[in-house]
Write a protein that binds this ligand. Sequence first.
Ligand SMILES: CC(=O)N[C@H]1[C@@H](OP(=O)(O)OP(=O)(O)OC[C@H]2O[C@@H](n3ccc(=O)[nH]c3=O)[C@H](O)[C@@H]2O)O[C@H](CO)[C@@H](O)[C@@H]1O
Ligand SMILES: C=C(OP(=O)(O)O)C(=O)O
Length: 430
Amino acid sequence: MEQYIIKGGMPLCGDVSIGGAKNAALGILAAAIMADETVTIENVPNVRDTRALLQTFEGIGAKVKYVYNNSVQINGQSINDVIVDNDSIKKIRASYYLLGALLGKYRRAEVALPGGCNIGSRPIDQHIKGFRALGANVEIKGGMVIAEAKELKGSHIYLDVVSVGATINIMLAACMAEGNTIIENSAKEPHIVDVANFLNSMGANIKGAGTDVIRIKGVKHLSGTTYSIIPDQIEAGTFMFAAAATKGDVTIRNVIPKHLESISAKLIEIGCEVTEYDDAVRVVGHPNLRSTNVKTLPYPGFPTDMQPQMAVVLALANGSSMVTESIFENRFKYVDELTRMGARIKVEGNTAYIEGVPGLTGAQVASPDLRAGAALVIAALAADGISIIDDIQYIQRGYEDFEIKLRSLGALIEKVDSDREIQKFKLRVG
Ligand SMILES: CC(=O)N[C@H]1[C@@H](OP(=O)(O)OP(=O)(O)OC[C@H]2O[C@@H](n3ccc(=O)[nH]c3=O)[C@H](O)[C@@H]2O)O[C@H](CO)[C@@H](O)[C@@H]1O
Ligand SMILES: C=C(OP(=O)(O)O)C(=O)O
């Protein structure tokens, strides 16, 4: 199994360019199969999750062509199956978007229950409630979600919880339903807006994305388009926190600074310097970081997908901090691993109580999930000595060329696959 080996203690310095947003890409790729023509999508992150989704499209008969590095052409007209239950799709969360897309286009979908990071119970009751409100029969049988509708009719849907997945999924189905749909209490994340913009560029009629009321007028056909996905807010934030933890100086390019406000605000609060440019942010670390408290919230609040990375930075700040996770009930699994590196963190309920330490020490640790894995990489970059990170397949779900980008900032990190490669790295870095 592949691992990362890291020799820490080097401040990260230089420029890094951010790729397309994974969580926007997954919604947009699913939406693309609804078009009657070829769709070209640019800035698609080449990560495990997007590859799994694209392979699944081919499995049900869609045509997928990689035009160059991060551009993909999709034509869904040749789809000949609405049953999706292959092994790789079961591992990703965004398989649920195939329900909305296939139901909207073909009025039937049978998709394996979603996987994704094991960070909580992650029900999909709000997705199902939305589909039912549009007139679909939905049942769960043998690990599959089966949704079927003779006709889909616009409806007024109030989400009981603010859900990114349910908002996008209902938007997908409703944009090809008859009549008008209103989604109230919808999520407002930048990727919701990006999926809506993409659907509109194919001829859908969606207004209000980015607010908590989305209005959709159903259309009969969606056409071809060319569209570029927004930069990944979470990849950008991860590099920002890596700069802070290693007391470095990193300019993160190809970002939308507005999407990073909650992250920048926390970095400034703890003493880092953050400069915003039109499409870049520069983070300069501080030798003595201050403590603070953070609570995860739906956008524009502090993102849950940045919570583990923030905890690592606070583990290295002076004084006591509190990190409260309000979205997922099981997102502190990295704490035991971080403790093995010398962090002082105690979890009670949905809050991690952190006593900052002057430094961490390298250790062998395992990624419990995607962002926790990224956080452990940050910890290892800041730590004294050598760390080995196991289970990096989770990290590869969401970060393209993570180790290559980190190396370009001066990090001593290698992806290894054998003891021999580990020994070679150790000899090289001394
Ligand atoms: C592929 C993707 O885009 N994943 C993101 C998406 O996940 P995901 O779409 O799974 O997250 P949601 O926004 O739906 O979840 C938010 C909260 O609502 C609850 N809930 C959700 C749906 C539902 O039907 N019933 C219900 O109770 C969840 O358990 C959670 O407590 O948004 C999360 C919150 O920003 C991010 O951490 C994930 O990275
Ligand atoms: C939790 C995440 O992903 P997913 O919802 O795909 O598991 C994430 O991107 O941090």
